[in-house]
Design a protein around this ligand. Structure first.
Ligand code: F6R
Length: 613
C-alpha cells in the first residue's frame, strides 16, 4: 500500500529509484512518480499507471541527479491521476515530497495555507506537506544549517495521522530528510550511499545494514552520513542493524511467481522458525520472553489479535494455547477489537500477529491493549517493524521476505510460532502432561520433511485446478481446527482467482448454506481430526448427493472413491495439522489463478501491507 524509495549517493538516482519501485510493486498501487535533484532544480515526472509506464515517459532517461525520491501511490484522497500522483511540490518547486499514510487534518491545513496565499493542484492530503514546509521555511528568520530540518520538523508537528515522508530541496542539493510516524520506512546504509524504502526487500540487494527509525525521529541524510534528531531537534546516536535476509530471498530465483516460490520455501521457513527453539532434550527456548510461573498463573485470558491470514493463523494456534496452557484464548479481528471496547486488564495477555508488523489496525489494537494495562507480545516476520517496537515482547517468524500479496509461508510459520509459544507457556505452567509436549515437539521437528512430501502432490492439484478454474462459487468445509484451514483456503482462493468462495464449519451446512449447493458446484473438504472425520464425511456426502464436485484434503484413511479428488497428506499432531493441510489449498488457488491468466503476485485491489485503516 503505497511505496517509497529514495537514494542519495554517487550514482545516477533514477535507475535505482525505478528498480526500487519495481520491487515495491507487490504492495499495490495505481500511479508512480519520481523527483531528483538536477543542476537546474528539482525534476518531477509522474503519472497514473504502472512503473513500466513511468520508466517510458520522455525525459526520464535524461535525469542525471544523484539524489532522488520516488513513490507508488495507492489512491486514498483523489482518484488515480497525474496530478494526484506523488511526488508533490510547493508552488515554487523548491521542495519535493513523497508520503505514505494519511494526513487526517489535511483539510484544515489546506485552508490555513490557502489563507496564506498557497494554492493546490491536486486533491491529495499530501500536497499540504511541501507547502507547509515552504511556509515554515520562509517564516524562519534563522539562516543556520538546521533551517531545512526545522521547516520539515515544524510541518510534521502540525500533521495528524500517519506518515512516512521523504523530502528533497533544490536549495539543499546534498541532503534528504526523512521521517516517519505509524508508517514504515527504513534506511539502508553503505559508506558512500543511503537508500530509503518502505520495506527492506526493495533495497536488500544494496546493503544489509539498516537504520530503523522510531516515530518522530528525523534523519538528515547526505551521501556519506546519516544524522538523526528527535522532534526537539536533539541529535541522537543510532546504530545500524544487520538484516540476515539475503538478496536472492527477495528475487524469484527461477520460479514463475513469488507466490509459487514462497509456497515451496515453506519447509525452510518452518525449519528456520523452529530453529533452536525446540529440542527433544530440553525445554522450549524463547529467549526474547521473560515470563515467570507466577506471571503466567496470573493470566486469565489470552487474546490473539490480527487481520486476514495472520488472524487465521491465530485461529489455528488458539487450540494449542487453550489445551496446553489451560487458559481461555480468543481470536479477534484487529479492526473489530480496536473499537469493541474489549475487557482488558493486567491479567490479560494479548498476542498480536502480523507478517509485516505494519498493519494499521493491528498496531492500533496493540496500542489499545497496552493502554489498558494488558501484557503484549508481537509475532512478526519483520525485524524492527512497528508492532515489534510497540509490544512488551516480540518474537519473530523466520520466513524470509514474503513478496507475493497472498500470504503463504508467513502463515505456516506463524502457526509454528504460536504453537511454540503455547509449548513454552505450558512448560512453565506445568499444567499439561509432559509426554503430550514431547510428542508435539517431535511432530514439529518432523514438519519440514512432511511439507516437502505434501508439495509433491502438485500435479494432481494442478489437474483439479484445470477442472474447476471457471467456477463462480466454491465452498470450503471443515470441523474443529480444519475449519480454520477452510477459512484460510477460501481467502486464498478469492484473493488470487477472484472466484467467490465461502468457508463454513461443516456442521453448519444444514443450517442454511446447503440451499446454495446445486449440480456441479465445487466443495472442498478438509478432514484431519480423527474424532470428527466421519461427521465431516457425512456432511460432504450431502453435497455429493446434490451433485457437487468434491476435493478433499485429509490425513485419514478414507475411501477416496466417494469423492472427485482426494489429496492424502502426511499425518501429524492435530495442533499443527493446518501447516500441512493448507498447502494443497495454496497450490490449488495458485494453479486456478494461473489457469485464468491472472497476475498471481499482484491481485487486483489488494496491497501487501495495509498501513491505513
Ligand atoms: C492474505 C494476506 C492478508 C494479510 C493481512 C495482515 O493473503 O496476506 O490477509 O494476512 O493483511 O497482514 P500482516 O500479517 O502483514 O499484518
Amino acid at each position: 500500500m503505497c511505496g517509497i524509495v529514495g537514494y542519495i549517493g554517487k550514482k545516477k538516482a533514477c535507475p535505482i529509484l525505478l528498480a526500487g519501485l519495481n520491487r515495491l510493486e507487490y504492495r499495490g498501487y495505481d500511479s508512480a512518480g519520481i523527483s531528483t535533484v538536477e543542476k537546474n532544480g528539482l525534476s518531477l515526472i509522474k503519472d497514473k499507471g504502472r512503473v513500466n509506464h513511468l520508466a517510458s515517459i520522455t525525459g526520464i532517461d535524461e535525469l542525471e541527479g544523484t539524489i532522488g525520491i520516488a513513490h507508488t501511490r495507492w489512491a486514498t484522497h483523489g482518484k488515480p491521476s497525474k496530478e494526484n500522483a506523488h511526488p508533490h511540490q510547493n508552488k515554487t518547486k523548491t521542495f519535493s515530497v513523497v508520503h505514505n499514510g494519511i494526513i487526517e487534518n489535511y483539510h484544515e491545513l489546506r485552508t490555513l495555507l490557502e489563507e496564506n496565499g498557497y494554492s493546490f493542484v491536486s486533491q491529495t492530503d499530501t500536497e499540504v506537506i511541501p507547502n507547509l514546509i515552504d511556509y515554515y521555511y520562509h517564516k524562519d528568520p534563522k539562516q543556520d544549517e538546521l533551517k531545512f530540518l526545522r521547516a520539515v520538523r515544524n510541518s510534521c508537528l502540525d500533521l495528524k495521522g500517519s506518515f512516512a515522508i521523504e523530502v528533497i530541496s533544490s536549495d539543499y542539493p546534498d541532503n534528504m530528510i526523512v521521517v516517519r510516524k505509524d508508517s514504515p520506512l527504513v534506511i539502508g546504509s553503505t559508506e558512500e550511499e543511503n537508500y530509503i524504502s518502505s520495506d527492506i526487500p526493495a533495497i536488500l540487494s544494496y546493503t544489509r545494514n539498516f537504520y530503523l527509525l522510531e516515530d518522530f525521529e528525523f534523519a538528515v541524510l547526505s551521501r556519506t552520513s546519516a544524522k538523526f534528531y528527535t522532534s526537539d531537534l536533539v541529535e541522537i546516536n543510532k546504530k545500524t542493524q544487520t538484516i540476515e535476509w539475503n538478496a536472492t530471498a527477495a528475487e524469484k530465483d527461477g520460479f514463475e511467481d513469488f507466490m509459487l516460490k514462497e509456497i515451496y520455501e515453506q519447509p525452510n521457513a518452518v525449519r528456520e522458525t523452529i530453529g533452536s527453539r525446540i529440542s527433544l532434550t530440553g525445554n522450549c527456548e524463547l529467549s526474547e520472553l521473560h515470563f515467570s510461573k507466577l506471571d503466567l498463573e496470573k493470566i486469565q485470558k489470552i487474546y490473539i489479535v490480527a487481520c486476514g491470514t495472520a488472524m487465521h493463523a491465530g485461529i489455528a494456534g488458539k487450540n494449542a494455547i487453550e489445551k496446553l496452557c489451560h487458559i481461555t484464548a480468543e481470536v479477534d479481528i484487529a479492526s473489530e477489537f480496536r473499537y469493541r471496547d474489549p475487557l482488558l486488564d493486567e491479567n490479560t495477555l494479548c498476542v498480536f500477529i502480523s507478517q509485516s508488523g505494519e498493519t494499521a489496525d493491528t498496531i492500533a489494537a496493540l496500542k489499545l491493549a497496552k493502554s489498558k494495562g494488558a501484557k503484549t507480545i508481537a509475532i512478526s516476520n519483520v525485524i524492527g517493524s512497528s508492532i515489534t517496537r510497540e509490544a512488551d515482547y516480540s518474537i519473530y517468524t523466520h520466513a524470509g521476505p514474503e513478496i507475493a500479496v497472498a500470504s503463504t509461508k508467513a502463515y505456516t510459520s506463524q502457526v509454528v510460532l504460536i504453537t511454540i509459544l503455547a509449548i513454552y507457556f505450558a512448560e512453565i505452567l506445568g499444567r499439561c502432561e509432559s509426554s503430550l509436549l514431547s510428542e508435539l515437539k517431535s511432530d514439529l521437528l518432523a514438519l519440514p520433511k512432511k511439507i516437502e512430501e505434501t508439495l509433491k502432490q502438485n500435479e494432481t492439484i494442478q489437474e483439479f485446478a484445470r477442472k474447476i478454474y471457471q467456477e463462480k462459487d466454491v465452498f470450503f468445509l471443515g470441523r474443529g481446527i480444519d475449519e480454520s484451514v477452510a477459512k484460510e483456503g477460501s481467502l486464498k482462493l478469492k484473493e488470487i482467482s477472484y472466484i467467490h468462495s465461502e468457508s463454513y464449519a461443516a456442521g453448519e451446512l444444514k443450517h442454511g448454506p446447503i440451499a446454495l449447493i446445486e449440480n456441479g458446484i465445487t466443495v472442498i473438504g478438509i478432514m484431519t481430526d480423527p474424532r470428527l472425520v466421519e461427521k465431516t464425511i457425512s456432511n460432504i456426502q450431502e453435497v455429493v448427493t446434490r451433485g457437487a464436485k468434491t476435493f478433499i484434503v485429509t490425513n485419514q484413511k478414507i475411501n477416496s472413491n466417494q469423492f472427485d479428488r482426494v489429496i492424502f497428506i502426511p499425518d501429524t499432531n492435530a495442533f499443527i495439522s493446518p501447516i500441512l493441510s493448507i498447502i494443497p489449498l495454496q497450490l490449488l488457488s495458485y494453479y486456478i489463478s494461473k489457469e485464468k491468466g491472472l497476475d498471481v503476485d499482484k491481485p487486483r485491489n489488494l496491497a501487501k501491507s495495509v498501513t491505513v485503516e
